[in-house]
Design a protein around this ligand. Sequence first.
Ligand code: CDP
Length: 206
Amino acid sequence: MSEPFTVAIDGPAAAGKGTISKAVAEQLGFAHLDTGLLYRAVGARVLAGEEPLTAAQALTREDLERDDLRTAEVAQAASKVAVIAEVRSALMEFQRSFARRAGGAVLDGRDIGTVICPQAEAKLFVTASAEVRAERRYLELAAKGDRTTRAEVLADVTERDRRDRERATAPLEAAGDAVVIDTSDMSIEDAIAAAMRAVTAKGARR
Ligand code: CDP
C-alpha cells in the first residue's frame, strides 16, 4: 500500500497491544510506533530530575532506544507525565506525521483512535481482564529477570488504568467506531488473527 493508511490500536495496560501491533504491521508491511515508549521515555527523564515538559520537548531517537524503559517504575512515571496536557501536545505532531506516512502505519497507545488520529482508517480497542493482563505482564517481566511479584504487577496495572481513564485530557477509552477485541480467553495467535480480520475488513492490504 503506498498511500497513507492508519491502524489505531488502543487499550489498557498490558493488554497485548504491542504484540498485536507488531504482528499486524509485519503482516501488512506497515511501519509501527509504540506510542507508550514516548511517554515512558519522558517518564525516565523525569525520574532523572528533568521537568516533564522540557523532557517531552527534548526527546530524541536515542531516548526511545534506551533498554530501561520497560520497568514498572518507568511505567508509573509515564502515566504521571501523561496526565499533563502540554506534555501530550508536545508529542502530538510526531505521532500524527508518523500515522500519515506513505506505506501505512500502525500506532498503539491510549488515545490514537480518539485524539491523535480520529480519521484512522481502522481502529481497534484491545482489552482483557485486569488479572489476565497482570499475569501476562508478570511472566514477561519475570522472564527478563525482574524480581517483581504478581501482586505488585496487578497493583501497577490497576493504578495506571485508573489514572489513564480518569485524566481530563485524552483519557483511555474506546473510540465509538473501534472494533473491541477482548483477549482474556484468546491465544496470542487468535488475537492477532482477529485483529487482522478487523483491519483487512477496513481495506488494509500489503
Ligand atoms: O505496555 P503498557 O500497556 O503497560 O504501557 P505503555 O503502552 O508503554 O504506556 C505507558 C503509559 O504511557 C500508560 O500507562 C499511559 O499513561 C501512557 N500513554 C498514554 O497516555 N498515551 C499513549 N498513547 C500511550 C501511553
